[in-house]
Design a protein around this ligand. Sequence first.
Ligand code: SF4
Length: 233
Amino acid sequence: MPLFTHDSFVLVKTTLLDFPGRVAAAIFLPGCHLCCPYCHNPELARPSPDNHFGTSVKQFQDFLALRAPRLGGVAISGGEPLLNPLLPELIHIIKNQGLAIKIDTAGLLPERLKTLLMNQSVDYVAMDLKTLPENYPQLGWKKNNAEEKLRQSLELLKSWGGDFELRTTVAPPLVDKTILEKLIPWTNDVSRWVWQVYHPGITLHPDWGNIEAPDESVLNTWAKELQVDVLIR
Ligand code: SF4
């Protein structure tokens, strides 16, 4: 497991997109154990030691003390935020302001997720279901346990009782219609499965910056054909 020593992170002061149903702030913590080729946050996924991301814990605390009355919550993303050593302190700061917390995770750290859920540290979880487990080596997960870890995380979320979503970015060939169909059984008893439209841009692997990906109307057609109830965003 890589060790991350950055003491700063990215702060977005207001967002309507990162926490369903809430006006929120969002923070993006550096460091990730995956290297998804289509990742739009290469600096966060693979930070160099001298990167500074603009906001320290103290600055965030001061920001929140002023802005909390106008916020409904804070979304914590990354990177993989469950890996970042600042996470417990940041959760404490946010909870002290009485704000709800949403956390994003790739779902490969069920032990850490369990701790968050048991401690009632988070109010909403967005877990990635990136592709079929056997394809996770293409995302940089070299251990042969992606299926086990994803299943453990998913079962934890189902038994938790809180609000969560599964998210799949539709970026062929990692995810196409055939793979979406094979992922359907994973979403049994899940109330919200989100298909994210892939947008070209800066990516971790430069070859993926301009891949052809289905747009929203194509995804709507696929959802009808596969007879799945999904949220497309
Ligand atoms: S897209 Fe993949 S590599 Fe990028 S931050 Fe998310 S999990 Fe990490």
